[in-house]
Design a protein around this ligand. Structure first.
Ligand SMILES: Nc1ncnc2c1ncn2[C@@H]1O[C@H](COP(=O)(O)OP(=O)(O)OP(=O)(O)O)[C@@H](O)[C@H]1O
Length: 286
C-alpha cells in the first residue's frame, strides 16, 4: 500500500463558500505542498482530513483507512500542526506534553526534550507566554516526537524567523531521508515549497486547479513577455493570466498550447509557484 492520503471527490458547503469536488492523493515518501490564496479552502481541506469537520460528500482515506471510522488509529500515526495552537494555553510546555504525549503509542519523551533544547524552548514556560513562532516550534517538536508516518501541517512556517524556517526545512529533509514518511503542508511561503515539495496541489475558490509533480509543473507552464502589438495575434484562450502595461504584456500559458509563434520577439521564462498563483488569479481578466 503506497497511497498514504487519498482525498476523493470531497465537497463541503458553508453559507458563502463551497469546497467543490476536491480530489488528490499523496504517496509514501513524498512531500506535497498545498497552495492557494487566502480563503481558497486550504484549512477547510486540512480540517476535513483530520476529521475536525464533516464533509457533505466524498471520502478521505489515510493509510488506507476511512478517516471518519478510524480516527484514533489514524491520528496515532499523524503529526499535525495547525495554524492555530490547539493545546492547553494556561499550562507549560512540559505539562502539555505530559498530558497529551501518552495518547500516542510511540510517544518519545526524550526526543521531545531534545527538540525543545534544539529549538531553544524552556519546558516550564507556559504556552500563553510564548510568541506565535515559539508556539509553532512547540507544535513542531510535539508533532515530531511520536514517530509519525505522515505530517499534516497548516502553515507551519508562518511566524517563524528566516533562520529557524531554514532549520525547520532542513529538519524535514532529514525526516524524509528514510523514504517511509510523507508530508502534506499548506504554505503561503512558496519559496519553502519550491525547495522541498515533490508535488503541489493548487486550490482556488474551493476547486483544485492542479495536483502535479514539481517536475511536471516546471515543464507545463511558461511566462511569455513581449510588446503589446503581438497580443492581437495571440489566441487569448491560450493564456492563463495576462498582465498588461504601456511597456508590454506578460502572460502565463501552457507550454504545449502556446507553441511560440514569435521566436525571439518574445521572452520566455519559467514561472515559480508564486507567479503561477498570481497569474491564475488574473485568469478571469483574460
Ligand atoms: N466554519 C465555517 N463556517 C462558515 N464559513 C467558513 C467556515 N470555515 C471556513 N469558512 C469559509 O471558507 C472559506 C475557506 O476558508 P479556509 O480557512 O479553508 O481558507 P484558507 O485557504 O485556509 O485561507 P487562509 O490562507 O487565509 O488561511 C472562507 O471563505 C471562510 O470564510
Amino acid at each position: 500500500m503506497n497511497t498514504i492520503l487519498n482525498v476523493k471527490n470531497v465537497t463541503k458547503q458553508f453559507k458563502d463558500f463551497t469546497l467543490d469536488d476536491v480530489s488528490f492523493s499523496l504517496d509514501r515518501g513524498y512531500v506535497m505542498g498545498f497552495i492557494g490564496a487566502n480563503g481558497a479552502g486550504k484549512t477547510t481541506t486540512i480540517k476535513l482530513i483530520m476529521n475536525l469537520l464533516k464533509s457533505d460528500s466524498g471520502d478521505i482515506e489515510v493509510f488506507g483507512y476511512n478517516n471518519k471510522n478510524n480516527e484514533k488509529l489514524i491520528k496515532d500515526r499523524i503529526g499535525f500542526i495547525y495554524d492555530e495552537c490547539y493545546y492547553f494555553d494556561h499550562l507549560s510546555i512540559i505539562d502539555n506534553a505530559k498530558i497529551l504525549g501518552p495518547f500516542y503509542s510511540q510517544w518519545n519523551k526524550e526526543l521531545f526534550l531534545d527538540y525543545l533544547k534544539r529549538f531553544e524552548l524552556k519546558p516550564k514556560q507556559k504556552l500563553k507566554k510564548l510568541s506565535k513562532g515559539m508556539k509553532t516550534k512547540f507544535q513542531i517538536a510535539f508533532a515530531l516526537s511520536h514517530n509519525a508516518e505522515l505530517l499534516v501541517m497548516d502553515e507551519p512556517t508562518a511566524g517563524l524567523d528566516p533562520v529557524f524556517r531554514r532549520e525547520f526545512l532542513d529538519l524535514l529533509y532529514d525526516i524524509m531521508e528514510d523514504e517511509q514518511k510523507s508530508i502534506f503542508f499548506s504554505s503561503h511561503i512558496t519559496s519553502d515549497l519550491d525547495r522541498i515539495a515533490d508535488y503541489i496541489t493548487f486550490i482556488s475558490d474551493g476547486k483544485i486547479v492542479f495536483s502535479k509533480s514539481m517536475e511536471s509543473i516546471k515543464d507545463s507552464y511558461i511566462i511569455v513577455k513581449g510588446n503589446n502589438e503581438l497580443l492581437d495575434s495571440i489566441q487569448k484562450d491560450r493564456l492563463i493570466g495576462l498582465k498588461k502595461s504601456p511597456f508590454g504584456f506578460e502572460a502565463l500559458t501552457s507550454n504545449e498550447l502556446f507553441n511560440n509563434p514569435f521566436g525571439d520577439s518574445v521572452v520566455i521564462e519559467k514561472p515559480n509557484l508564486e507567479e503561477l498563483m498570481f497569474y491564475y488569479k488574473l485568469q478571469k481578466e483574460v
